[in-house]
Design a protein around this ligand. Structure first.
Ligand code: NAD
Length: 438
C-alpha cells in the first residue's frame, strides 16, 4: 500500500505491480490469506467500531445507516470471495477458448457518503479480478479514508494491489482519470461529475463503471398495508438524512387513498427525530456542509414557488436546534412530476408526494425521470408487485421493503449510470474477455 505521495508516483506503483498481481493463482492467492499475502478473506474490517465512529464524527450519519454500512465494508470482501470461488475464468465457446483477463490498472473515485463502503466494494472486485487499484476518496472524507486505509494496511494486502491518493477531484481525480496508464475507472458520485469523467475517459477508451445520482420512486399500490409500509416509505426517503443516491424521494400514492396517506405521513414524520446522531434515537442528522444545507433550503423555497404545498417541514432549522446544518424533514404534497423538486436530486430530507389515477399512470410517472437507480413497490399482492416491478426502468426494484441481497447487481439505468457492482456483474466489470481460436 502506498499513500501520501504524489498522485502519479502512486499510479506508477499500481502500474509496476500490475503484471505480478494479474498472474497470481486465482483461487489461492486472490481469496486466501497465505504467506502474508492476504486478500479477500482479510479481516480488515476487524475495526467496525472505528468505522462506526468515523462515519458518525465525519458527517453525522444516523445510526441505522451506519449499522448497515460498517459490517458491510468487511462483508463485501467475503461476498466477492464466494463469487470468485465459483467463477469460470476460462470457457469454451464454439471453437474458441475464452479467457477473462484482468482490466489492468483501475482508478476508483468515491463520494463522501459511505466513502469506505464504496472503497471496499470496488477494491474487492479489483482484487478478485487480479487488477491493481488507485483509490481517490472524496476530499470530504478524511476521517473515513484514514480509518479504512489503516484497516486495509493491517490486512496485509500484496504490494501494489491498493494505493490511496487524496486530493481534490478537479485536480487529482481528473489527472488520474485522464492518464494513459489507467485502463478502468470505477466512479461513484454525482451525475455531473460522472459526465465529465466519461468525456475524459473517451480519449483513451477506458472501461468505465458509473454509479451516479437518483430520484427514486416509492410506488404505493392501493392494496398496500399502510400501517406497515408508510414507516418504510419514510425510512427510504430519509435514508442517511436524505443524503443517499437510492433515497426514495418521490412517493407515488393512489388517488383513492391520497388524503389518508397525506394524513398518515404527516403523523409518521414525527417519528423522525432530527439532531446529533450520537443519540441513537435520532433518525436524521445534519447536512454534510453549509453548501449542502443552502442547496436544500433553496429547493424547499423552490417547491413552494412551483406551487407545491408543505405537508411537513419547511425552511430553516428544526425549532429545538439553533445551530448545525440541520434540515426540517420536509414532505411536499400537490407535487406534479414536472416540477423541479420532483425531477432533480436534492440530496436532503425533502420528499415529494405525487398523486396517480391508475397503475398505468403510476408506472408512467415512476419512469418519467432522467434517473433509474432504484425503485420501491408496495402491495399486499406480491404477484401484482412483481408485475409492476417488471415495468419499471431502474437497476434495482425493491418489493415491500425486501432485505438487501449482497450478490445481486447494483447500478443504474439512464443517467444513474452504467455498469454494475457486486457479485458476478461487479467482478466482470474488471475483466476483459479474450478469445483464442484454433
Ligand atoms: P461528487 O460528484 O461531487 O464527488 C464524487 C467524487 O468525485 C469525489 O471524490 C470528488 O473529489 C471526485 N471528483 C470531482 N470532480 C472530479 C473530476 N473532474 N474528475 C475526477 N474526479 C472528480 O459527489 P459527492 O457530492 O461526493 O456525492 C454525492 C453524489 O454521489 C450524489 O449525486 C449521489 O447520488 C451520488 N452517489 C451515487 C451512488 C451510487 O451508487 N449510484 C452512491 C452514493 C452517492
Amino acid at each position: 500500500m502506498v499513500a501520501n505521495k504524489e498522485p502519479l508516483e502512486i499510479l506508477a506503483n499500481a502500474v509496476s505491480s500490475r503484471e505480478a498481481i494479474a498472474h497470481r493463482d486465482i483461487i489461492d492467492d486472490r481469496i486466501r490469506c497465505k504467506h502474508g499475502q492476504g486478500c479477500l478473506d482479510i479481516e480488515c474490517i476487524g475495526c467496525p467500531d472505528d468505522l462506526i465512529d468515523a462515519m458518525r464524527e465525519e458527517y453525522g450519519a444516523p445510526s441505522n445507516f451506519i449499522e448497515f454500512s460498517a459490517p458491510r465494508a468487511g462483508n463485501v470482501f467475503l461476498d466477492m470471495a464466494k463469487t470468485l470461488a465459483n467463477y469460470d475464468f476460462r470457457r469454451r465457446i464454439g471453437t474458441a477458448e475464452v479467457e477473462m483477463r484482468p482490466s489492468g490498472v483501475a482508478v476508483a473515485i468515491t463520494p463522501w457518503n459511505s466513502n469506505y463502503g464504496f472503497i471496499c466494494g470496488k477494491l474487492s472486485a479489483a482484487i478478485a479480478a487480479g487488477a491493481t487499484m488507485v483509490i481517490k476518496p472524496s476530499e470530504m472524507s478524511a476521517i473515513q479514508t484514514h480509518v479504512i486505509t489503516e484497516c486495509l494496511h493491517a490486512a496485509g494486502l500484496p504490494e501494489g494491489v491498493f494505493n490511496i491518493v487524496t486530493g481534490y477531484g478537479a485536480v487529482v481525480g481528473s489527472a488520474l482519470t485522464a492518464h494513459h496508464d489507467v485502463s478502468k475507472i470505477t466512479f461513484t458520485g454525482s451525475t455531473a461529475t460522472g459526465r465529465s469523467i466519461v468525456r475524459s475517459a473517451a480519449e483513451t477508451m477506458k472501461r468505465v463503471t458509473m454509479e451516479l445520482g437518483g430520484k427514486s420512486p416509492s410506488l404505493i399500490l392501493e392494496d398496500a398495508d399502510l400501517d406497515v409500509i408508510l414507516p418504510q416509505v419514510l425510512a427510504a426517503g430519509f435514508l442517511n438524512s436524505g443524503q443517499a443516491c437510492i433515497a426514495g424521494t418521490r412517493i407515488l400514492a393512489p388517488f383513492s387513498k391520497f388524503e389518508e396517506i397525506e394524513a398518515r405521513l404527516q403523523e409518521a414524520v414525527k417519528d423522525f427525530k432530527v439532531g446529533n446522531t450520537k443519540d441513537k434515537t435520532v433518525r436524521i442528522g445534519p447536512m454534510v456542509s453549509q453548501k449542502q444545507w443552502d442547496r436544500v433550503q433553496y429547493y424547499i423555497r423552490l417547491g413552494q414557488e412551483e406551487g407545491a404545498s408543505l405537508l411537513a417541514g419547511g425552511e430553516g432549522r428544526p425549532e429545538e436546534l439553533s445551530q448545525g446544518w440541520f434540515v426540517r424533514p420536509t414532505i411536499f404534497t400537490g407535487v406534479n412530476n414536472n416540477m423541479r423538486i420532483a425531477r432533480e436530486e436534492i440530496f436532503g430530507p425533502v420528499l415529494s408526494l405525487i398523486r396517480y389515477r391508475d397503475e398505468d399512470e403510476a408506472v408512467t410517472i415512476a419512469n418519467d425521470t432522467d434517473y433509474g437507480l432504484q425503485a420501491q413497490v408496495f402491495s399486499s399482492d406480491i404477484s401484482r408487485a412483481r408485475r409492476v416491478a417488471g415495468r419499471i426502468e431502474a437497476g434495482r426494484v425493491i418489493l415491500n421493503g425486501a432485505p438487501h441481497e449482497p450478490l445481486a447487481p447494483f447500478g443504474g439505468f439512464k443517467q444513474s449510470g452504467f455498469g454494475r457492482e457486486f457479485g458476478v456483474f461487479g467482478l466482470e466489470a474488471f475483466l476483459e474477455p479474450r478469445a483464442v481460436l484454433g
